[in-house]
Ligand binder design. Sequence first.
Ligand SMILES: Cc1ncc(COP(=O)(O)O)c(C=O)c1O
Length: 987
Amino acid sequence: MMHVLRPTRPRPLHDTFSRKPAMPAPHEHSDQFVHRHLGPSHEDVQVMLDALGVGSIDELIDATVPTSIRLGRPLNTPAAASEHELLVELQAIAAKNRVWRSYIGMGYHDCITPPVILRNILENPAWYTAYTPYQAEISQGRLEALLTYQTMLIELTGLEVANASLLDEATAAAEAMAMLFAIAEHDRSRAFFVSETCHPQTIEVIRTRAEPLGVEVVVGDHRGIDWNRPWFGAIVQYPATDGAIYDYRSFCEQSHSHGALVVAATDLLSLAVLTPPGEWGADVAIGSAQRFGVPLGYGGPHAAFFATCNEYVRRMPGRIIGVSRDAHGNPALRMTLQTREQHIRREKATSNICTAQVLLAVIAGMYAVYHGPRGIRAIAERVHGLTSQLARGLRQLSVAVRHDEFFDTLCVNATPPEIDAWTTGAAARQINFRRIDAGTLSIALDETTQPEDVSDILAVFTDEPPGRPQDRAATGPHRTQHSAPSTQYSVLDTSSFRRTSPYLTHPVFHRYHSETEMLRYIKSLENRDFSLVHGMIPLGSCTMKLNATTEMIPVTWPQFGRIHPFAPIEQAAGYREIIDDLERWLAEVTGLPGVSLQPNAGSQGEYAGLLVIRRYHAGRGQGHRDVCLIPASAHGTNPASAVMAGCRVVVVACDDNGNIDVADLEAKARQHASDLAALMVTYPSTYGVFEEDIRHICEIVHAHGGQVYMDGANMNAQVGLCRPGDFGADVVHLNLHKTFCIPHGGGGPGMGPIAVAAHLADLLPTHPVVATGGRGGIGAVSAAPWGSASILLISWAYIKLMGPGGLAAATKIAILSANYIARRLNDHYPVLYRGRQGWVGHECILDTRPLKKSAGIEVEDIAKRLMDYGFHAPTISFPVPGAMMVEPTESESKAELDRFCDAMIAIRGEIKEIEDGRTMKDNNLLKNAPHTAFAVCASQWLHPYSRERAGFPTEATRRAKFWPSVGRIDNAYGDRNIMCSCPTPEE
Ligand SMILES: Cc1ncc(COP(=O)(O)O)c(C=O)c1O
């Protein structure tokens, strides 16, 4: 969507933290959200400035952010609202959404979030504020939940290994195609067969992904596939998008005999009653786990799944949780096969997936734990039973139901006028059917469907006048009970598709069916995870800031949660307002007028943005431009995305200060001038430095015919101070799950919208079902038109709550806090990179590398020892191997910053003991960290330091201690002995 950037109106609100006064007077604080969002108080800011020796925060900012790129005016976003005002306004907006009964299907189904899961996971900051489990020893709870999710998938799909997780069903299908293409090594064929009965958004996302890879997509009827031509793979949908259940056994046999592998796009609930893909020959199964307790949310966030055979485990996209062991020989979980990931393999990575959908995968897994196999089967049979009942009723009315065998979706054929009349009749009852074409509609039932709903649907076909339609939102957030199962008409009872194999056999699916047990299980997992509720998570490049409660509250309101992504647009007027506002505000924040909210993570934004650039060049007859310059310091997703977008990656060197080596850039731009497509640059750089030369860098790229792609992961250092569009970027992606407060959910959800310059706006992603995007758009990059729409509310709320002054103040405090930490720690761990005037941006890199030589201490040892002090470690070994990158964000108080610095300094003292020979090099506080409660209390203690120092190194830890639940995890063991499902009790 293109937004005209209007000139700024003067703001009545004074710019918080503007020149004078540096902070608003305390009496102004009362109900301003900004003072809840910012950690340091007015007085703290002064003390921090004094410590830095600068007179005011603006003096610091002027010396840090190059004047040549400064915005020089407040952002033109709305004035700050109070939390109460905001919720009142959001209620009014929510009321504009109409929650009808949507029987649209297409991979999205209304469902019931068990309340114990809703309150204790989805709405619980201990779950939603955790980060990706990079520090596995303090993430065992969600790792166990994810292993359970994988186990559930393995058992339901009948395949051997599953990941946790992918972004949505359509991108999972595209990932599967890419994996099969890589396996085939493109030697025989570049053709991929796509069944025409796949969901339309899946077909479209596959097409988008295929084009830059050089894959030829052929869409057709699997029954008529031409086996005379070579295929490297095929995808079929089971059950099909129109509800049919096809027997793919002979298709798989044929396919295999022709050397092609088969992907089954499938529906998880149906697999409780249908023969699973692994039993009929599929090599990969993908799909969405949404209907396992995750609200529709107008498109997301939801977890997608990907299961395959052991043979392909190293080729799988996304993250896999595996079992390893800890220093005491006990089982311990971690992300396995990390070496396949983009941050290590870069352009050779299996995929660009980084942030995925962890929170939603946890919910789906817990849904299976809560219901167990019998409960899941009962839900599936009930949905199927009601569908069978509906089919019978329709046939009695002489309505043509197309398929004899189905699970939950019926396809009805009639003349176009009849279909029109039924669609209108359904609308009168606030019911949405899916209109497949002029003469076809489909009806997909779900877990929330009641027998009365079936009667109501039938009444549409008998032309009965509707009763008073009931808005579904009025029935509560999520229905909490099923009516009695109705299986008497099941067509699957005698079908050859009927599943006979057991599933969800692991004890975890049998133990926690009472609410008391379930609650305690969830809590026991939660207690093993470190999240923002415990302390700061100063992960550089990750921006772990406050995810305010007020921002989160609306996400689970039914008016936002229960809207199907393909519901008629007028039923989503509330969402429309949120989307329009957010697009406009992000255009203002970035200085780039075209915005697409479709990409579901930063990685997807990178990919979408590069495709836009690719399309731009092609449109100018320069489709051969395919070189993407990427600085050596870039995040691994950058090169991985560039390859997916069909680019050749050329690495640009960085100088000793972490800046792009401009001479090298210029030389490479010149060398590749005829085929230069883009530069991908992170700003401020991944080294946390504001390059003074950024304008010049962009000019060089433009002068050689390239476009500038800016990775906006570090926008937290820019918002309100400078705008990428003003100093040369053509495209930027924003990680809303960093800068704009979407919580990280333990590794997702996320949102990676892109903003583009006017000349690219027409190329923004489109969608095959809902009209959106540019006229010459690149196609769809996500399953839903606005990605994970329900969490856009969080960023919308943040921008509204902060106001323009608050947004700029957040940036300033983030920079102040990073510089404060840099100042306090520099004498203990030298700060590696600084800007021209000696200041860091919103993060700083601490050099821990020399400690290896002086004491045999690696950066990982420090990270693990921080756990004993009650901290989550900063980012380690990115972007500088062996170093540590700290990003405190604006939300941490000075007290917390000091607590962290004190811990780091104390740890330096412990390292000094090793350097001085006062303790052993291989048996010390760091090498043995983290210390578990069990280790500290064990009857045997063989260390040259006290138990007290090990477990209670500070006064604060004596008062309240977060204990790592396992000792140091052996990474290599888990990769050598891959186990990616829940071990049995014996194991
Ligand atoms: C600099 C940078 N770019 C891109 C990404 C990828 O974003 P996402 O994890 O949302 O895919 C990250 C994620 O940490 C990042 O730090």
